[in-house]
Design a protein around this ligand. Structure first.
Ligand code: AQP
Length: 354
């Protein structure tokens, strides 16, 4: 592998309904990362998806759909490594080792588990509880230096750093004895930011735009056609006031703040610049401009997703190639981890030794 300054890893769950939040908070930024001096790995995290029950046939389709969205948005599978998690066994192997490093108290603090498990906690899968440990393994199997994610993943990234730090400390002597210096795992930097780090529901500015929201009007899906995008933007909740001229005026107006943030992210500018142009405008006019912008940016992605989805064999070939290249990075990491923790690794087979 060529030597890169950075190693970027991120993932998206194939749980259906990829939406504008996933695009602006994550996938669009994955594309931008390709311009850096970085090896980028983008993973369809199917093992995370099954922490909540998935229909097997639908899951297969959703894995291909997320892959198609990656490619349609501009991820180049020759430059970046695009794959699905379950094809690279090192994720699960490292997760087990990290299960023995992470502390129960750390996981008990994870707010996403509390949100997703809801009131019926006793009935949640162990996988849902362990989700952040698998996520740490996803990242650290590649010793990734940077992870672009939406703001909702901040706490999980902090846990990843805690696990790396504890592993480096617990096995410090062994890490040095095996010639890895003072720390084996990096303290990965989360890359969270921009005007769309947290895109909110179009129906309720206090709730994150989410795949699992029962109202389809709460989100713009990457599969929505232009008419549906227009309809959803026009129906988006707002308040009766005109847009302010400065961001200060967005305080206490979550729906206005959200639409301005979406506009800024789609047009690759800032909330300030959007308000310089639209300050004083009524929402009817601003929503019209937002529809035009959203359709201009999303329609080509939608069309390309459709084109790619018509050829599942091509998508599967991209994933197989990506898995092979990903495993070539993860396998030596796992070999080193096994040596560090004191496992006896399989050497050459006796028959091969002669
Ligand atoms: N609303 C959002 N705004 C900005 N970024 C977001 N992301 C998700 N929602 C928003 C980012 O998208 C990436 C992939 O997320 P995921 O699908 O793996 O998981 P998620 O965060 O659980 O997505 P959802 O839509 O919220 O799904 P449900 O409803 O199932 O919980 C991540 O980088 C995430 O931050």
């Amino acid at each position: 592998m060529a030597a890169f300054k950075e190693l970027v890893f991120s993932g998206v769950q194939p749980t259906g309904n990829l939406h504008l939040g996933n695009y602006l908070g994550a996938i669009k930024r994955f594309v931008e990362m390709q311009a850096r001096d970085a090896q980028c790995l983008y993973c369809v995290v199917d093992m995370h998806a099954i922490t909540l029950w998935q229909d097997p046939e639908a899951l297969r389709g959703q894995i291909r759909e997320v892959t198609a969205a990656f490619l349609a948005a501009g991820i180049d599978p020759k430059k970046s490594i695009v794959f699905n998690q379950s094809q690279v066994p090192q994720h699960a192997e490292l997760a087990w080792i990290f299960n023995c490093v992470a502390r129960l108290g750390w996981l008990n603090r994870m707010t996403q588990f509390k949100d997703k498990a809801g009131k019926d906690r006793e009935n949640a899968s162990i996988g849902l509880y362990d989700y952040p440990v698998l996520m740490a393994a996803d990242i650290l199997a590649y010793r990734a230096t940077h992870v672009p994610v939406g703001e909702d993943q901040k706490q999980h990234l902090e846990l990843t750093r805690d696990i790396a730090q504890k592993f480096n400390t617990d096995f410090g002597d062994s890490i040095r004895a095996h010639g890895h210096g003072d720390g084996f795992f990096p303290l990965t930097e989360p890359l969270i930011g921009g005007p769309a780090a947290r895109v909110m529901s179009l129906r309720d500015g206090s709730k994150k735009m989410s795949k699992s929201d029962p109202s389809d009007n709460s989100r713009i899906n990457l599969t929505d056609d232009s008419d549906l995008i227009a309809q959803k933007v026009r129906k988006a909740k707002t308040d009766p006031d005109a847009l302010p001229s400065e961001t200060e005026g967005l305080k206490g107006r979550p729906e206005a703040d959200n639409l301005v943030g979406i506009f800024a992210a789609l047009s690759e500018t800032t909330r300030e610049a959007v308000l310089q142009q639209y300050g004083g405008a009524q929402f009817s006019a601003f929503k019209g401009a937002l529809v035009d912008l959203a359709v201009e940016k999303l329609a080509p992605i939608n069309a390309e997703m459709k084109r790619l989805s018509a050829d599942p064999a091509h998508i599967d070939a991209v994933l197989a190639d990506g898995a092979e290249r990903a495993e070539a990075i993860a396998a030596p990491t796992l070999d080193a981890v096994k040596d560090i923790v004191g496992f006896v690794r399989r050497g050459p087979r006796l028959s091969a030794v002669g």
